[in-house]
Write a protein that binds this ligand. Structure first.
Ligand SMILES: NC(=O)c1ccc[n+]([C@@H]2O[C@H](COP(=O)([O-])OP(=O)(O)OC[C@H]3O[C@@H](n4cnc5c(N)ncnc54)[C@H](OP(=O)(O)O)[C@@H]3O)[C@@H](O)[C@H]2O)c1
Length: 259
């Protein structure tokens, strides 16, 4: 019997995989044996990341700016070209935020955030349904994992109004799709990170220390680590995670569970 987390022979797509949480996820999937197609908006960033990760396994960089549904349709077509007619794992990780006090929160702070965080994941999944359905079996379904956020589950006081609304939306979208796609052998789950050290949270820390006010909100009193986000994605993608669908899984040092 192979190790329950072994992903040898699986093909994954991770959006926004060149840096931040997405990079941690790509590295985890590669280390578990998967072939990973990943995106970044810039070709040079994407290719540099692929070169840096080449020792971990087979990764394929694709440049994609998911600011429109057409871009998501185009990405799906290019994924099909490089990955063939089966896609075992789709991780919708790319995300965008906007923060401003409520009085000055601009209308332009909404459409881009909703597009990248909600609509693009839906369009990608819709376009890649044939490949996901072809890869899944009753015993070993295909996996769709949408990266949500604790901000879509509990009040974080970030003044990131469109962001938290978009994350609540992707959580519910994941559950809706989980119900609708179960009989096509596709699971859909949402993973809700708490606070991890990436560009998105750069304003909450410096080289030396994390903002004490932030740590006070986290029961385990620290930010998350790369292996903690990669680990949940590998688990959900693996044989061990095949019986979970429609779940919202916080990886957050206790923010959601302890409140
Ligand atoms: N860090 C945290 O503590 C935290 C907490 C909860 C949830 N999350 C979620 O985790 C995911 C990754 O965020 P992160 O923390 O790693 O932040 P990040 O470092 O800012 O990364 C954002 C990612 O999204 C991609 N992206 C942004 N706009 C895009 C667009 N228009 N088209 C395509 N890709 C785009 C970026 O790709 P490029 O390479 O092109 O920049 C990058 O890979 C997001 O969904 C975020 O909401 C993060």
């Amino acid at each position: 019997m192979t190790h329950p987390f072994n992903l040898t022979g699986k093909v994954a797509l991770v959006t926004g995989g060149a840096q931040g949480l997405g990079r941690m996820i790509v590295e985890g999937l590669l280390s578990a044996g998967a072939t990973v197609v990943f995106t970044s908006r810039k070709t040079d960033v994407c290719e540099a990341a692929a070169a840096e990760m080449a020792d971990l396994g087979h990764c394929i960089p694709l440049a994609a700016d998911l600011s429109s549904p057409e871009a998501a349709v185009d990405l799906a077509a290019r994924v099909r070209e490089v990955a063939g007619d089966k896609l075992h794992i789709l991780v919708n990780n790319a995300g965008k935020t906007w923060g401003a006090p409520v009085e000055g929160f601009p209308d332009k702070g909404w459409p881009g955030v909703m597009m990248v965080n909600v609509q693009a994941p839906f369009t990608l999944l819709r376009e890649l349904l044939p490949e996901l359905a072809a890869a899944g079996t009753p015993d070993d379904p295909s996996r769709v994992i949408n990266i949500g956020s604790v901000a879509g589950k509990s009040t974080q006081g970030l003044s990131a109004y469109s962001y938290s609304a978009s994350k609540a939306a992707i959580h519910m979208l994941s559950r809706d799709l989980a119900g609708d796609l179960a009989d096509r052998n596709i699971t859909v789950n949402a993973v809700l990170p708490g606070y991890f050290p990436t560009n998105m949270t750069a304003h909450m820390r410096d080289e030396e220390a994390v903002d004490p006010a932030l740590l006070a909100k986290i029961p385990l009193r620290r930010m998350g680590r790369a292996d903690e986000i990669a680990g949940i994605i590998v688990f959900l993608s693996s044989r061990a995670g095949g019986y979970i669908t429609g779940a919202e899984i916080p990886v957050d040092g206790g923010i959601v569970g302890c409140s």
